[in-house]
Each structure stands twice: as structure tokens, then as C-alpha cells.
Design a binder for this molecule. Structure first.
Ligand SMILES: Nc1ncnc2c1ncn2[C@@H]1O[C@H](COP(=O)(O)OP(=O)(O)OP(=O)(O)O)[C@@H](O)[C@H]1O
Ligand SMILES: [Mg+2]
Length: 363
């Protein structure tokens, strides 16, 4: 798999000797990387089966395109779990570097199948909310990667997010990360990488809702969000409300766009990001931009800046929320192949429900 190396496969030393003596000819072995990393789906579902929910689909496309994390909130049976489970299908193929990183982790936890040399598909991990701290964050006595690390370069799907113990999901994410790093430092290992492309939270806040009632009241949403810690919510790039599906949409025979069609656009947007962040190995997508990248790649003209300033005051947003909006806008611009972020891109980014300051203040 390494570029520029000629690999001659031999069965035994005799063959090697014969080859070196020029007695036999053996063609160099070739691995078709593109083919190796081609997307294979073993899902029973395709995204085209999710009816209606255009906003949700658009948001999940943006999430995949920029590597943003996502929380889905809405009444029971509206397709949150369904959409979350298929969201990984939008992601671009793994790069060789990503594959090597993920392979290392999977190899440590014994997840490689016998004979498997490389993880070639993005991981999709959906741990149950009863999973232990060690199972999710990694072990402490015998350092092993947890679900969060195993999902590296793929999807970590936390269905029914508020059910997860606060020490795991409700904690300040940065504190969890520090603790995680600490465990591994103690064990003498390198840090296990653990960035996550899309966290899909899911919920059950409206169990007592009357049948047929579709929109969740702001109070219900607040009650629900109150069960998730503010610092965690503030770190989620895209907050998406998933309303009840209208009968007309549900009964429509028209299939939606397939995961493969969406993936094409995602791949195009990722190509722009790869070029943009060339020479910055840590920044692989818009979601991972730091202060420096935000400054150089998310410049706004005056009118656009005014719009964002207005939203900031109107919604009483934190500085972190400001950065999130910029990153999401950059991704929306990339999906439109636009070099500059325009007010149109910002307007779409601020349309996703934002963490409500009252709720964030609760924790
Ligand atoms: N938008 C949709 N399009 C097609 N089928 C849907 C949609 N929403 C729900 N369904 C059907 O309803 C079932 C339940 O949906 P799903 O489990 O995704 O709901 P949910 O939003 O996760 O609910 P809960 O809050 O109870 O977990 C799905 O398996 C699917 O058959
Ligand atoms: Mg569900």
C-alpha cells in the first residue's frame, strides 16, 4: 500500500532466491487503493428510505461534508434513529492515513478479523447507554481504547443521549478528554486519537405527547435539553429538530435521494478542504479548524459580519457558538463550491436551532 515500493510476493525463501538469481519472473504486487477504500454498505437501510425531513437530510449532509457533530431532537418515531444509523453512509472513503490510524486502534482492541490487514471502511459505533465509563472512554488499569476511540474517523452514534450517565455524556467534554489522555499517558501508550465525525444524540422527551401532535413545545425541548450538560451542547455543531412526518410525505411513493448521491457532493466538498488544509495534518476538515484557520479561511465581508453580529446579540450566543457558526458556514460554502462565505451561507447556518442560553445556563 505504500507508494513507490515494488513488492515481489514469494511463497518461500527458495522462490526468493530463484527470483534474485533471475531464474523466475514474478510480477510486482499491486494494490488498488481506490478499490480497497470504495464504500461498501452492509446497512439494511438507505437514506432514500427516510421520508420527508428535508431539513434533517440537509443538516446530515452538511455534517458529513465538514466533519461536524450533530444532535437530533424530536418526538418519538420521527426517524431520528433511522437517519442516524444511515448517516455514516454519506462520509467520503477513508484516506490511507486515516485507515492506518483506525487500524492501529482496532488492532489493539482485537477488532481486526483474522487475515484483515487494514480497516478500509469508516467505523460506525453505537454503544448502548448502559456501557461503562471504561467501555466508552477507555480503560484505566489496562489501557485500552474505548468506543469513542474505536469510532475514530467514523461515526459515534449515541442513541437516547440523555440516558447516558452524566459522567460520560454529560460531563464537560474537554475534561473527559483530559482524563482519557491521562489514562493512556500512564499506561505508556501514545494518546489514542479520538476525534469523532458525527455524534447523533437521540431522545425520548415527548413520550407523553398526544398522538398526532407534531411540534414539540419549546418547554418540552428545554426540559429535554436540561438533561444534557450545557458545555456538551455548546460543543455540538449542528442542533437539528426532527418534527413528526406529515402524512402526505410519509405516503409519498417518491423515493428520496440515495446515500450515494449525497456522498458525491460530500466528497467534492471534502476535496476543497483537503486542498485548503494541505500541510496541516491535524486539520482534516472544517470542523477541526482552530483559531488560526478560522481567521485565514473564514473571512467575512461587512454585510455578512453584520448579519452574524445581529444573530449573536439576538440569541445571546457564546464565543464558541460564534466559531461553530463560522465553521458550519464554511462547509455550506464548500458544498456550493463558493470560495468566500456569503450572507446566504451564514443565514443557512444560523437557521439550525441554537443551544438556548437559558438551558445552557442551567448546568
Ligand atoms: N421519516 C421517516 N421516513 C420513513 N420511515 C420512518 C420515518 N420516521 C419514522 N419511520 C418509521 O418508523 C420507525 C421508527 O423510527 P425511528 O426509530 O427512527 O424513530 P425515532 O425518531 O428514533 O423514535 P424514538 O424517539 O422513539 O427513538 C422506523 O423504523 C421507520 O419504519
Ligand atoms: Mg430512536
Amino acid at each position: 500500500m505504500v507508494d513507490g515500493l515494488n513488492v515481489i510476493p514469494v511463497q518461500n525463501l527458495r522462490e526468493a532466491a530463484q527470483f534474485l538469481e533471475g531464474e523466475i519472473r514474478i510480477a510486482p504486487m499491486k494494490v488498488d487503493l481506490q478499490k480497497l477504500f470504495e464504500h461498501k454498505s452492509d446497512d439494511e437501510h438507505d437514506f432514500s428510505e427516510v421520508k420527508g425531513q428535508e431539513n434533517v437530510k440537509r443538516a446530515l449532509e452538511i455534517a458529513a461534508a465538514g466533519g461536524h457533530n450533530v444532535i437530533l431532537i424530536g418526538p418519538p418515531g420521527t426517524g431520528k434513529s433511522m437517519a442516524g444509523e444511515t448517516a455514516g453512509d454519506h462520509l467520503p472513503p477513508l484516506t490511507l492515513n486515516e485507515a492506518l490510524e483506525t487500524t492501529k486502534i482496532h488492532s489493539i482492541v482485537g477488532l481486526l478479523k483474522s487475515g484483515q490487514a487494514l480497516v478500509t471502511q469508516r467505523p460506525f459505533r453505537a454503544p448502548h447507554h448502559t456501557a461503562s465509563d471504561a467501555g466508552l472512554l477507555g480503560g484505566n488499569i489496562n489501557p485500552t481504547p474505548g468506543e469513542i476511540s474505536i469510532a475514530h474517523n467514523g461515526v459515534l452514534f449515541l442513541d437516547e443521549l440523555p440516558e447516558f450517565k452524566r459522567s460520560v455524556a454529560g460531563d464537560d467534554a474537554a475534561a473527559a478528554r483530559r482524563r482519557h489522555r491521562h489514562h493512556f499517558a500512564r499506561g505508556g501508550h501514545d494518546d489514542f486519537p479520538q476525534s469523532i465525525h458525527a455524534d447523533c444524540g437521540d431522545e425520548s422527551y415527548a413520550r407523553r405527547k398526544m398522538p398526532g401532535e407534531s411540534k414539540s413545545s419549546p418547554r418540552e425541548i428545554q426540559n429535554y435539553l436540561g438533561r444534557i450538560s450545557g458545555p456538551l451542547l455548546d460543543r455540538i455543531d449542528l442542533h437539528i429538530e426532527v418534527p413528526a412526518v406529515k402524512f402526505r410525505e410519509m405516503s409519498s411513493a417518491q423515493p428520496g435521494e440515495s446515500s450515494a448521491q449525497i456522498r458525491e457532493r460530500v466528497i467534492a466538498a471534502r476535496k476543497l478542504q483537503t486542498a485548503r488544509f494541505a500541510g496541516k495534518p491535524k486539520v482534516t476538515c472544517n470542523a477541526r479548524m482552530g483559531a488560526r484557520e478560522l481567521k485565514s479561511f473564514c473571512e467575512l465581508d461587512d454585510a455578512t459580519r453584520d448579519l452574524l453580529k445581529h444573530a449573536m446579540t439576538e440569541y445571546n450566543l457564546s464565543a464558541r457558538a460564534y466559531d461553530r457558526i463560522l465553521k458550519v458556514s464554511r462547509t455550506i460554502a464548500d458544498l456550493a463550491a463558493a470560495e468566500k462565505i456569503s450572507s446566504e451561507h451564514i443565514s443557512e447556518a444560523i437557521q439550525f436551532p441554537l443551544p438556548r442560553p437559558a438551558v445552557v445556563g442551567l448546568t
